[in-house]
Design a binder for this molecule. Structure first.
Ligand SMILES: [Mg+2]
Ligand SMILES: [Zn+2]
Length: 161
């Protein structure tokens, strides 16, 4: 069985910029490359699972969100960090979809696609309570990060368990 890390995007691996609408403003947070590489080397699959309701709010287009995600994946790839898959919820909270975090659908979809994942030894890492709730909802472990969290320390904590 494989272990997985389900990463939030904004405020977790890249700096929170409100509704990020252009790839030039992507800034990786401290320790992200080092931390993700360590987790990857230890055999974790890396996924990004992100709510992007700014699309429905009219603040950023769906195309832009996808372009930002592709650019982010490219930047990480240049540093030999490989994101296995990305799930995006574009819905507005009012739509009450099943995928907006903390609802579990985005992760459930990944578990279906990658049936070798053991969810109990996997982690959701995010900067919001909804990320931690999501971890509980799927039976994974949750780790909350803060604006000044050094991601390499988060990885170390996981690997030392
Ligand atoms: Mg976030
Ligand atoms: Zn949704």
């Amino acid at each position: 069985m494989k272990k997985a890390i389900f990463l939030d995007r904004d405020g977790t691996i890249i700096e929170e910029k409100g509704y990020l609408n252009t790839p030039e403003f992507i800034r990786l947070k401290k320790g992200v490359i080092e931390g993700l590489r360590a987790l990857q080397d230890a055999g974790f699959y890396l996924f990004i699972v992100t709510n992007q309701s700014g699309v429905k709010r009219g603040w950023v287009s769906r195309k832009r969100v996808m372009r930002i995600n592709r650019t982010l994946v490219e930047i990480l790839k240049e540093h030999k960090v490989f994101i296995k898959d990305i799930q995006v919820c574009f819905h507005h909270p009012k739509e009450r979809c099943g995928c907006r975090k903390p609802k579990p659908f985005m992760i459930l979809r990944l578990l279906k696609k990658y049936p070798d994942i053991d969810i109990k030894t996997s982690y959701v890492i995010g900067d919001k309570d909804s990320d931690i709730k999501l971890a509980q909802n799927v039976g994974a472990k949750g780790i909350k990060v803060f604006p000044d969290t050094d991601f390499s320390k988060v990885a170390k904590d996981i690997l030392n368990k």
